[in-house]
Design a protein around this ligand. Structure first.
Ligand code: CDP
Ligand code: MG
Length: 140
């Protein structure tokens, strides 16, 4: 069984869209094995997105990600990383396929509701960013 890291971003939490997004995730067959509400500070948000630090959108992204609470999720499913990316759709909701979470709920390329790991290797790193192994229910 593969794992991926998802984050319900501040736009999802503050606009009360968590329930609907979680419903989509559960209905797509993902098992939630870790779940944590966090308020990232700018330093922590900056570290999470460090790979983008030279990109023009980085400062705005860090500000957005630290603007309200997030919910970090560890999801388990066969092929979880690729299947979750497919479920959320393209980064820009205008380019995301109809029926995807970002197409349905996101309001801009930055405020795109949800994060999903882009490879199994990054999923392991990102899960470790938010969770210790004993916080993941199957291993408690
Ligand atoms: O989240 P995803 O992997 O689809 O996209 P990314 O290229 O890894 O970018 C990370 C996040 O930065 C996106 O989810 C957006 O919130 C934000 N972003 C942005 O604000 N403007 C861009 N041109 C690209 C990304
Ligand atoms: Mg990415």
């Amino acid at each position: 069984m593969e794992r991926t890291l998802a984050i319900l971003k501040p736009d999802c939490v503050s606009a009360n869209k968590m329930g609907r997004v979680l419903d989509r995730i559960e209905n797509a067959g993902f098992k939630i094995i870790g779940m944590k509400m966090v308020r990232l500070n700018a330093a922590t948000a900056g570290k999470f997105y460090e790979v983008h630090k030279e990109r023009p959108f980085y400062q705005d992204l860090v500000q957005f990600m630290s603007s309200d609470r997030c919910v970090a999720l560890v999801l388990e499913k066969d092929n979880a990383v690729a299947d979750f990316r497919k479920l959320i759709g393209a980064t820009d909701p205008a380019e995301a396929e109809p029926g995807t979470i970002r197409r349905e709920f996101a309001t801009s390329k930055q405020n795109n509701i949800v994060h999903g790991s882009d490879s199994p290797e990054n999923a392991r790193i990102e899960i470790g960013f938010f969770f210790s192994e004993r916080e993941l229910v199957e291993n408690a």
